[in-house]
Design a protein around this ligand. Sequence first.
Ligand SMILES: [Ca+2]
Ligand SMILES: [Ca+2]
Length: 137
Amino acid sequence: MRFEILTCEDAEGTLTLPTFDAKPFSIVVPAGGYVVGEADGTIAITITRTCLPDCSNAGVVVVNTADYTATSSDDYTLFQSEPVYFTPAETDATVSLSIVDDVYVEPDESLVVYIAIQVNGEIYHDSFTYITITDND
Ligand SMILES: [Ca+2]
Ligand SMILES: [Ca+2]
């Protein structure tokens, strides 16, 4: 997987935001969510896109996280509108979330990962999954 920021400059050197083809695509994240050990450091979330008629164009999704029983900064690093790019023909993208290894005895804790599709600057569809962090203290 490679991350590629897609930008372009005109003759005056003005940077413009990328636009993506409006071919519909949907995203899939594994059902049942993820389980990660507190000491594992990171958890990789795989986002799969399916496109009509094909995934020949680039795309971007936006990832946000929200506390459930886990607390951002204490237990994991918050994502706020984190872009994840698909290069042309790429159907799987991976985003890595950092987990905090604290020293407290605590129950397993969960957070929610929201994934939105962004096409031509418009965010129009949400999917989500859960991450459960298991305690190691
Ligand atoms: Ca710990
Ligand atoms: Ca702990």
